[in-house]
Ligand binder design. Structure first.
Ligand code: PEP
Length: 252
């Protein structure tokens, strides 16, 4: 049985004091042992967020990292800086980073390897564009991303990788993949992992769905056999909605 992971991606939202206020609102609501809860927050919020989550079941994640340990990389943050601050997870290759910040499968792979080497759990985002789905090449796109993004990741390491299937057309658009569509691609991802590694390894990997998951549609998505959690943007900024999603995961 894979334990579900519900992760919020706050994106570029919440000042440090707003972050602490939201965490304090969420802490008593999402308290449980059945689901892992993660808040991926802007870098400036990491230290107060880690402090506010001490002694709870909530882990803090970052939204990105750079793959070098230190040096002349103005504006970047390294894996060791994140672990030293108490960060456990890091989102890698989010479609917004791929679209606006020139992230490629090659840099996603470098970041994934660097995160794993530092002991962080990378949440590696994959997903097709609307046009690619219309052209019926979703599986080709996903297979390529899995192959390139996880290049040189060993079977032992991949058990610490979370894969987030995030169809790009569903992110922040209010359009959600149907449970069948999401399940189909998540099962395909698992099959790719089984091909690359073996079935037992593939069965150990957490695969999330992300893309306009909300309080209304979470239960049906999270009930799918290959969907082991969610990566949630907009709805993670509202305590009641995020909590409804966590409770759906507890029950699903
Ligand atoms: C995301 O940013 O990863 C995401 C899934 O956003 P939203 O839930 O707002 O679509």
């Amino acid at each position: 049985m894979r334990k579900k992971i519900i992760a919020g991606n706050w994106k570029m939202n919440k000042t440090p004091s707003e972050a602490v206020a939201l965490i304090n609102e969420l802490k008593p609501l999402v308290k449980n042992d059945d689901v892992d809860v993660v808040f991926c927050v802007p870098d400036i919020d990491i230290i107060p967020a880690v402090e506010a989550c001490k002694g709870t079941n909530i882990a803090i994640g970052a939204e990105n990292l750079y793959f070098e340990e230190s040096g002349a990389y103005t504006g970047e943050i390294s894996p060791n800086m994140l672990t030293d601050a108490g960060v456990k997870y890091v989102i890698i290759g989010h479609s917004e980073r791929r679209e606006y910040f020139a992230e490629t499968d090659e840099t996603v792979n470098k970041r994934t390897l660097a995160a794993l080497a530092a002991g962080l759990k990378p949440i590696v985002c994959v997903g097709e564009l609307k046009w690619e789905r219309q052209c019926n090449i979703t599986e080709e796109v996903i297979a390529r991303q899995i192959k390139l993004d996880l290049w040189d990741v060993t079977a032992e390491q991949v058990k610490n990788v979370v894969i987030a299937y995030e169809p790009v057309w569903a992110i922040g658009t209010g359009l959600t993949a149907t449970p069948d569509q999401a399940q189909e691609v998540c099962a395909f991802i698992r099959a790719q992992l089984a091909k690359k590694y073996d079935q037992a390894t593939a069965d150990a990997v957490t695969i999330q769905y992300g893309g306009s998951m909300n309080a209304g549609n979470a239960a049906e998505l999270l009930a799918q056999p290959d969907i082991d959690g969610g990566l949630i943007g907009g709805a993670s900024l509202k305590a009641a909605d995020f909590n409804t999603i966590v409770q759906a995961a507890v029950e699903g």
